[in-house]
Ligand binder design. Structure first.
Ligand SMILES: Nc1ncnc2c1ncn2[C@@H]1O[C@H](COP(=O)(O)OP(=O)(O)OP(=O)(O)O)[C@@H](O)[C@H]1O
Length: 265
């Protein structure tokens, strides 16, 4: 007789981000209102919406750098901002944060040393070379960061975020100012990171054609989530051909609803 030993039942890995009733105030104003959504693991989720709708504020909340966040916001199974999340998240802000008077490789060496001071030098060098290859900057590794183009500087910031092989990458408008070829290459890299390393990417943009490249979308307007789903589901739901048309239809519907509420008050 054979003994069958049942596998211990493991709870499923939590979503990369789980938000319930998340509200954020900046100064005297509430800029995010009662947001509820999830970001599944191993996929690219696009965060899209017009300028000022709250994309950066939401990203800052997720990485734990935003004050006055209320509600439930869990990231990789921990409360947002938990110290153990620091090495598990890569965050690229809109403004490239690199030192102009260091070369590209020196910038990466410096950040790699801060990220993991105990790591052996040879391993750290390997991490740096891998990150340089990821963003296609090996040929510019010895150039001063201050002598790079805007797009190249953005890619150095991205390389810094990739150093620790983070599980979650939060990228705030990473393709702004890039030419179409670089944009395409970066999107190919994002897909590669999700497919081969199982990374989760949350990428903000207000360029709607980039939405079509995401697995899932969170569409925002005025500090609220307008819609959440795959590009196909959003097109189907709104009876439109593109995510841009779907977004405009949803904005029009929401505006009409707001007006109705105002007139019935
Ligand atoms: N430091 C601040 N103090 C007070 N309000 C702020 C501050 N920074 C941003 N805001 C306000 O918060 C709201 C959301 O801004 P946020 O930068 O998150 O929008 P966004 O969607 O990322 O915009 P963009 O696409 O232009 O970067 C805006 O109304 C903005 O005016």
């Amino acid at each position: 007789m054979m003994n069958y030993v049942s596998e211990p039942s493991r709870p499923p890995a939590p979503d990369a981000v789980h938000a319930e009733n998340v509200t954020v105030a900046r100064g005297p104003r509430t800029v995010l209102h009662h947001l509820g959504f999830t970001v599944p693991r191993g996929q690219i989720t696009g965060l899209l919406g017009p300028s000022g709708c709250g994309k950066s504020t939401l990203m800052r909340s997720i990485v734990g750098t935003q004050a006055k966040v209320t509600g439930t916001l869990e990231v990789l199974g921990r409360p947002a901002g938990h110290p153990t999340l620091r090495s598990r998240i890569g965050y690229v802000t809109q403004a490239p944060s690199v030192y102009d008077d260091l070369t590209v490789r020196q910038n990466l060496d410096y950040f790699a040393a801060i990220l993991d001071p105990g790591r052996a030098t040879a391993e750290r060098r390997q991490d740096v070379e891998r990150a340089l290859t990821d963003v296609d900057l090996t040929s510019r590794a010895d150039a001063l960061a201050g002598n790079l183009s805007g797009g190249q500087r953005s890619r150095v910031s991205l390389a810094v975020a990739l150093l620790g092989t983070p599980e979650l990458l939060v990228l705030d408008e990473p393709t702004v100012g890039l030419d179409p070829v670089l944009r395409r290459d970066l999107w190919n890299l994002f897909h590669d990171l999700a497919a081969t390393r199982g990374a989760t990417l949350l990428v903000s943009s207000h360029v709607m054609d980039e939405a079509e490249r995401c697995h899932r979308l969170l569409l925002m307007r005025d500090g609220r989530i307008l819609a959440d789903g795959t590009p196909k589901a959003l097109r189907t739901r709104t009876g439109t051909d593109t995510v841009e048309a779907a977004f405009l239809r949803l904005v029009d519907e929401a505006t009409a609803e707001d007006r109705t509420k105002e007139t019935t008050r």
